[in-house]
Design a protein around this ligand. Sequence first.
Ligand code: CU
Length: 156
Amino acid sequence: MKRLAAPAALLTGALALAGCGGSAGSDDSGGSRAELSVSSSYMPQPVSPDMAAGFLTVVNKGGTADKLTSVTSTASGDVTMHSTMGGAMKEKTSFTVPAHGRLVFRSGGNHLMFDALKRKPKQGDTVTLKLTFAKSAPLTVEMPVKSATYNPSTGH
Ligand code: CU
């Protein structure tokens, strides 16, 4: 039984490499597109009645970079994307999602800003977002509203 484990591990490793490199592969039927998905989305319950922040990660499993170009939401008529550099935040019109990489929005860094909230989101609510990209089809995100002090690394 033990002998079976090693070849299986080698095979998995070889497949993973083939999927990532591209140069040795002859499969160009879709291997060069961005493959986007969203994870770890949450909104801390806002303190202010008309402004909230949101965080999420866009994962790209594909071999081509894409760009997040806009975010819209049913909860707010005005969603903007901000970066934080040295403590100062700046509005951005797009964010790159690198090939085989991720675009991370997290507390203290890049974030989404919801202005003009239609109503104040409360813990347990879900806010629906639509992410629009330069090349890929839009993604819909159901963003859960967590406590005002939620910390994703501890889960509460
Ligand atoms: Cu901001």
